[in-house]
Design a protein around this ligand. Structure first.
Ligand code: ADP
Ligand code: MG
Length: 320
């Protein structure tokens, strides 16, 4: 996914590293420079705050503490909110999105470069996953039987929503933000055109397969091409299929989700990637969630849901 907010000098851009990823904030170029940079700073603080609550990697992160402390209990309100949202999406997607896969995610250690775990360790980690080991109530979230939570598949979308709300409520008339490829756009641009969001080509990440045109809303992409390690010529990426305990092999290279709900867009992109083409299209047809999608299959085919066909432009260099 690319953020082309350099166009026509329309934006003032801020870029930094937060939540373990690159964040880009594109604000109107005619905004007062001090105000724009103050707004970007507020976003940065919001992101650090979310990271403090939701990180499962940072030892001071709320989720890390929940997963590793003796009590296995947290009264953190952000964790409670994201747990509730994650649980509803887990149910909606029949477990394709599963925030209880932390034991498997830690075992695979994809960002740390692997290696492929022993089958017995995978089986053991699998036995510690499952929402039946999570109790979320009014007082907080409690874990049982070696369970752990991981919000890597939803937290950046949630962050994109919060910083978009912050920027909109500060009266910034239009703009674009990206939190590690979770994109948000809002407001009418001075030239009146729609936002043009590039969807990366998984086979050649310097290029795109095409563009999605949007007035407002969110786009999230999940793929096998950004975080992975290789062993014996095989690629092991970071999106786990909770039904097998292995990185999902669903026949998809990437799944982009377009939605007015950015938290859902993030979680659903992960879910569709796990489901694969057939199940993802079936899930779309069921209409239980309001979204559109652009899928790229391992064989290079580009599959779109009905509602995005008019809003998608193939990159002229793409083969399809
Ligand atoms: P990225 O983090 O690269 O933007 P995703 O949004 O698809 O990609 O999230 C992938 C992350 O979500 C993984 O790094 C891991 O933390 C977590 N995760 C892995 N598999 C699943 C799954 N089946 N359901 C929910 N979260 C998952
Ligand atoms: Mg996601």
């Amino acid at each position: 996914m690319t953020v082309s907010c350099t166009g026509n000098g329309m934006y003032r851009n801020y870029r930094y590293f937060a939540m373990d990823t690159v964040v880009t904030i594109c604000l109107p170029a005619d905004m007062d420079e001090k105000q724009a940079s103050a707004a970007a700073d507020r976003c940065s603080r919001i992101l650090s705050d979310i990271e403090m609550h939701l990180s499962s990697k940072n030892e001071n992160g709320g989720v890390y503490i929940l997963n590793h402390s003796e009590e296995h209990f947290s009264a953190d309100d952000v964790i409670a909110e994201i747990t509730a949202k994650s649980e509803s999406i887990r149910v909606l997607t029949d477990g394709a999105f599963d925030y209880t896969l932390s034991p498997l995610i830690e075992l695979w250690n994809v960002t740390g470069g692997g290696p492929v775990p022993a089958q017995s360790d995978i089986s053991d980690a699998l036995s510690r996953t499952g929402a039946d080991k999570v109790r979320a109530g009014e007082n907080g979230v409690e874990l049982y039987d070696g369970a752990g939570l991981d919000f890597g598949g939803i937290g950046k979308g949630y962050a994109a929503v919060l910083i978009t709300e912050e920027l909109k409520s500060s009266g910034i008339p239009y703009g674009m933000v990206s939190v590690g490829g979770n994109i948000s756009v809002w407001g009418e641009k001075p030239d009146g055109t729609e936002y043009k969001i590039g969807i990366k080509d998984p086979e050649n990440t310097d290029s795109v397969i095409g563009y999605v045109y949007l007035d407002a809303g969110f786009v999230s992409v999940s793929g096998d091409y950004e975080r992975f390690f290789e062993e014996n010529g095989k690629r092991y990426h970071h999106i786990i299929d909770g039904s097998t305990g292995y990185p999902a092999e669903s026949g998809l290279h990437s799944a982009a989700v377009i939605s007015s709900d950015g938290t859902e867009a993030d979680a659903l992109s992960t879910a569709l990637f796990v489901m694969g083409e057939e199940k993802a299209l079936e899930f779309y047809r069921l209409g239980k969630a309001d979204f559109e999608a652009v899928l790229v299959a391992d064989d290079g085919r580009i599959i779109m849901t009905d509602g995005i066909k008019d809003k998608f432009e193939f990159y002229e260099g793409a083969v399809n």
